[in-house]
Design a protein around this ligand. Structure first.
Ligand code: G6P
Length: 605
């Protein structure tokens, strides 16, 4: 989603800004821009194409400067056209980039119109630029602090002013912003990743903070206007850009990285020890009587899968809720419930807001399952489990999902042990099975050629139905999500038992029905559902475990999974669905890693 980069230096910083935008590209955007302070005020270049196009423009210009801001925009208010691309100017004096949404922009716009400001974009952002201009009395830092008191909504902004060379001011509320510290130069970004290569020293700004970057330092004020000292963190892990290697897309690479990602995520301990989740976990886990899982998108589906494990192994009541629903509904809080937020990025606005909402309702114990150790979510929870998927570039999440499942299985087993529901034999059995997972996954990945053959068929369809039962129902949901996200084929998932209550009406030859058919207690029930589809002329595409006795037949296409993997089966069964979506999208020629209208990290609600 939207990305911010800013810099103050004694050298031309345009290449730093463009490189920063490049590093944020994978998050999804539909326009981009950069502005620097020139002799007569801010000058800018904007593009509704890719960052590469912006780069060409700044070279041609040429655009040069020592103080600058840059942005990738994912349109919310106003179409992705040049006029709406950031940086947005006010009277050729103030230049501003903004992530987030200003909810009261309409009333502010009326007020500013009344003061003679002319609006040239459809963005909510333009009100912030004019507002800052209207309250500026010679000090940008003070003007920004004053202006933001009138904003309702979420924002991270970076601003520069014609009369203040060597100054960039930033502010955050509800959207992330980090300061990068250099020698005689300083930076600002919505994600530390954007500044890899420029610095490894970061300050993660807190809610309500306003900062002022100059050549020799950074000044920060907290939400009350007091000087704030924030911890400087060394973050070396960002390294260079991730290479694609022999793969066609990052999504394919990430699917094939899953055995490694899972190996890195499985705890090295010899038992399911509470310490895996942090120092206070033993105390916190001893006090809880239930779980409330909050997440969005793919992460929500990992939570849905985990519910089956948590209730069956740990016997602990578990509620799973979409974060954007939970945050706005009236719920009955149970302070003894452990709130688990699941997120690849740790920055998803709705999940962060849901976490805060839960905390405000009195939930004391919170745990983040997250792929980014420096993220807001990890910083705002009591406990955490870091998945070690590594950077995920493809918008459609794959390795983050399977590593989340590993983390959540470990959580279920740990709680089961603590609550006296796990024998020594079961514990060593689960640990052994977890350690064997990467090898089992490699056998599943070897099915790729068979899946490619199916994807040719799928690429000509416009609709698909996914069926699963029990803990494989969320896997069917995830399979359908993957297919719609990247191939733009309409896909829906149902628990197979619901087939007769509606979706069967849709079954014709034109609607492929993908079925997740592991050899578990529900297999016989599922076989009946398969017959219901066949009897109506439907085309079935079944992922069956080797020993299910489901064989190829007319209207029945079967790919055999190498082995049945018991409780961990969802982690294997999702992989062929990822591959099916990936190859179908390739056959349709879509932009697999950056599907239209979607963003990797959704930092606005
Ligand atoms: C976006 C991404 C999805 C992701 C979801 C939640 O929609 O495109 O792939 O599942 O956000 O993101 P999170 O970072 O919180 O897991």
């Amino acid at each position: 989603m939207c990305g911010i980069v800013g810099a103050v230096a004694q050298r031309n910083i345009v290449s730093v800004l463009i490189e920063g935008l490049r590093r944020l590209e994978y998050r999804g955007y539909d326009s981009c821009g950069v502005a620097v302070l020139g002799e007569n005020g801010p000058v800018r270049a904007r593009s509704v194409a890719r960052v590469a196009d912006l780069d060409a423009q700044v070279h041609e210009g040429p655009l040069k400067g020592r103080t600058g801001i840059a942005h990738t925009r994912w349109a919310t208010h106003g179409a992705p056209v040049t006029d709406n691309a950031h940086p947005i100017f006010s009277k050729d004096t103030v230049a501003l980039v903004h992530n987030g949404i200003i909810e009261n922009y309409e009333s502010l716009r009326e007020m500013l119109r009344g003061k003679g400001y002319r609006f040239v974009s459809q963005t909510d952002t333009e009100v912030i630029a004019h507002l800052i201009h209207s309250v500026y009395r010679g000090d940008l830092f003070t003007a920004v602090r004053e202006a933001i008191t009138q904003l309702h909504g979420a924002y991270a902004i970076a601003v520069l002013h014609k009369d203040q060379p060597n100054t960039v001011v930033g502010a955050r509320q509800g959207s992330p912003l980090v300061v990068g510290l250099g020698d005689g130069e300083n930076f600002l970004a919505s994600d530390a990743l954007a500044l890899a290569g420029s610095t490894e020293r970061f300050i993660f700004l807190e809610e309500g903070d306003v900062c002022e970057l100059s050549l020799d330092g950074v000044r920060i004020a907290d939400r009350d206007g007091n000087d704030a000292q924030r911890e400087v963190r060394q973050v070396a892990a960002y390294g260079g850009a991730v290479e694609l290697g022999p793969y066609r897309h990052f999504m394919q690479k990430e699917i094939f990285e899953q055995p490694r990602a899972i190996t890195d995520t499985i705890p090295q301990t010899e038992s399911f020890d509470t310490s895996i989740f942090g120092e206070g976990a033993a105390d916190a886990f001893a006090q809880i009587d239930s779980l409330l899982i909050l997440a969005c998108g793919t992460s929500y589906y990992s939570g849905l899968t985990a519910k089956y494990w948590l209730e069956s192994i740990a016997k602990i009541p578990t509620q799973v809720e979409i974060a954007s629903e939970y945050r706005y509904r009236e719920s009955v809080p149970n302070p003894k419930s452990l709130v688990v937020v699941i997120s690849q990025s740790g920055e998803t606005a709705d999940t962060l807001a849901a976490l805060k909402h839960a905390q405000s309702l009195g939930h004391k114990h919170t745990l983040a399952v997250c792929n980014v150790g420096t993220s807001a979510m990890v910083r705002q929870t009591e406990l955490s489990f870091l998945t070690h998927a590594g950077r995920e570039i493809g918008v459609a999440s794959t390795k983050a999902f399977t590593t989340q499942l590993v983390a959540l299985f470990v959580l279920a087993a740990t709680l089961a042990k603590l609550r006296g529901h796990l024998s020594d034999e079961q514990e060593s059995g689960y640990l052994k099975q977890l350690r064997h997972l990467p090898a089992a996954l490699n056998s599943v990945l070897a099915l790729e050629p068979q899946i490619i053959a199916w994807s040719e068929e799928f690429s000509r369809k416009e609709h698909a139905l996914f069926l699963g039962r029990g803990m494989h129902y969320p896997i069917a949901l995830e399979g359908a999500l993957k297919l719609k996200e990247i191939s733009y084929i309409h896909a829906e998932a149902y628990p197979a038992g619901e087939l007769k209550h509606g979706p069967l009406a849709l079954v014709t030859e034109a609607m492929p029905v993908v079925t997740v058919a592991p050899n578990d207690a529900l297999l016989e029930k599922l076989k009946s559902n398969i017959q219901e589809v066949r009897a109506r002329g439907g085309q079935l595409y079944v992922f069956a475990d080797a020993d299910t006795k489901i064989v190829n037949d007319e209207g029945l296409h079967v790919i055999r999974m190498p082995e049945h993997y018991g409780l961990l089966s969802p982690i294997l069964h999702v992989v062929p669905l990822q591959l099916l979506a990936y190859h179908t999208a390739c056959a349709r020629g879509t932009d697999v890693d950056k599907p239209r209208n979607l963003a990797k990290s959704v930092t606005v609600e």
